[in-house]
Design a binder for this molecule. Structure first.
Ligand SMILES: [Zn+2]
Ligand SMILES: [Zn+2]
Length: 187
């Protein structure tokens, strides 16, 4: 039906039954929903799962969304598989009830209730937003990754290199300061 992949849930069964709920698990190829970044390549499928509850005025979605990616280690640039999980908690109002002639992405003025039309809840937008929120600022292949040698580029997790450690700028500065303090005291 849909030319573009989306995460939609058929709510026809509970749409008009106050108090009714249903469970869902929907998935779509991650590469079609999420854009790659230089340091992040999406893999497999985005999966959203949870429950929709008919709370009379609104349909309440409670669940979680999950995606797989390959991130690059911030120190040694090795690819690191990561699993991102984020909670979903969204409220939808029928575009009929909201009196809106525009289905889909219209929201009411407080921006917190999404709208839907017919029997279909589209979770794509909140799912994508939730996944981006879960992306870590920095990924390491392991907590003690030794990174790459700044001089020869060798991966120091795999091997050591013959490069001399660079003379520490801080050390040089501290030595100069100490010397200056000694001289000052000597005067
Ligand atoms: Zn690393
Ligand atoms: Zn080196």
């Amino acid at each position: 039906m849909n030319p573009v992949s989306s995460l939609t849930v058929d709510v026809g069964r509970i749409r008009d039954v106050v108090g009714a709920s249903l469970s869902f698990a929907v998935r779509a190829p991650a590469a079609e929903l999420l854009a790659d970044r230089a340091d992040l390549h999406w893999r497999g499928e985005v999966e959203a799962a949870g429950q929709v509850i008919n709370e009379e005025e609104i349909l309440h979605v409670v669940g979680s969304v999950q995606a797989q990616a390959e991130a690059l280690c911030a120190r040694c640039l090795a690819p690191v598989p990561v699993t991102l999980v984020s909670p979903l908690d969204e409220e939808y109002r029928s575009s009929r009830a909201a009196g809106s002639p525009f289905p889909g992405k219209t929201r009411n003025f407080d921006g917190e209730v999404r709208s839907y039309r017919g029997d279909e809840l589209d979770l794509t937008e909140p799912a994508v937003e939730a996944i981006w929120v879960a992306v870590p600022l920095r990924t390491l292949c392991r907590p003690d990754c030794r990174g790459l040698c700044l001089q020869c580029g060798k991966n120091l997790n795999e091997d050591s290199c013959a490069c001399q450690p660079p003379t520490s700028g801080v050390g040089v500065w501290q030595a100069a300061l100490l010397e200056w303090e000694h001289r000052k005291r000597g005067e």
